[in-house]
Design a protein. Sequence first.
Length: 476
Amino acid sequence: MELNNVKEVDVLIVGAGPTGLTLAVDLVRRGVDAFVAERSDGLFPGSRGKGLQPRTLEVLHDLGVVDAVLTAGGPAPMGQLWEDGRRISEHDMFDRAEPTEAEPFGEPWLLPQWRTQEILFARLRELGGDVAFGRSVTRIEQDADGVTATLSTGTAVRARYAVAADGGRSTVRTALGIDMEGETVDPAPILVADVRVRDLDRGGWHTFGGTGSGWAAICPLPGTEDFQLVARFAEGAPDTTPEGVRALVAARTHLTADQVTEVLWASAFRPRAALAQRFRGGRVFLAGDAAHIHSPAGGQGLNTSVQDAHNLGWKLGHVLRHGAPQALLDSYEEERRPVAADVLGLSTRIHRGEARRGAVTRQLGLGYRGGPLADGAAGVLTGGDRAPDGRLADGTRLFDVFRGPHFTLLVVGVDALATKLPDELPDVVRVRRTQPEDVLPAYGEGLFLVRPDGYVGWAGTDAEGLLGFLGKVTRC
């Protein structure tokens, strides 16, 4: 509500990139009042983070937008190497995998970042949320009960919690005094641009000039008429003007400047790997690029950021709406910071040619074993593992059973069916008992409490310990 020019909400989200929009969608569907402040006048216009990894596609399925993403995007094309105007070889840019019942998305899906954000924004508005564009945070203060942010419009927002999703140069992180620790991955600057090119095959990911400072790549962006141009420079600041981009294409490829019919967006940066010392300062959380900055190699940055939001969203929702202990929020940093550190190292190794875009880049193996919300083991799964998909005999997908803001207690196997469950479980827990004809080899037999973000929180062969775990994550 509006009170003395101060808007009061549950959660303030600073930034409407993929991180902020994912978090907003997740919170709003939980009945949490979220206010998204974005300093720009509209959504980000470029393609920068164009690859969605299989684990991120699973998150987008949970949020109800994966069909739109699959329709709008497409698989990565084969890499095509050019030399002196001739196509000399072809290679796969990724180690691909066929979809399975347990892993329904087998390979990365290309979609320009601006389109991913459009889809998430449309979903947010469908759920009743929105973004306040043209509003930057100029001051942020907090006390024992909440956070007060002053906006560039002269108004203020009072929230119980705030999330900095405002990018690598996060003003909120700076205001909190949280430092970034890292390194320059490559001193050579990189130019990235969205262009339209006449008479270039859209069936290939074209690369020119080897791997040195004269290297360039032009990749078609599915669902659009555009290509993404990426080029590496030896030194200096790349010319991001349309004339400069056209001259670059003419100098490094067999194309002429005139064949670049439009330059829609361009930017330049130096690849860096950096990790925030903390992902939380009091009632303010860091997520996405505000918490970790990646080389774009391997397509890990946007994906890690979306998964930050998915991890934080259910925890905020359960504290704010279901009486979960405040300590649940501590698990966000405890779970996500080690993951971000590992992924940063992977991105750097890929950038330097020390690792391939293989199974690990699909992020399906990321999990929280040994973490604060990972208890027990049953079948082939341990607390903290990703909960696999599967198809029951009646045709129901497990991912559809899991989808939504609830926990799912999955009871698998004949012995588990006979297990006596507690007489009362919290309202946020839905029980799904499998039938003898259901075959779920990715699980084995047992009881599996699946968290709202699709990870096994607790697993066991009987119900002992279940209520104790639930006491950590909800009112029980």
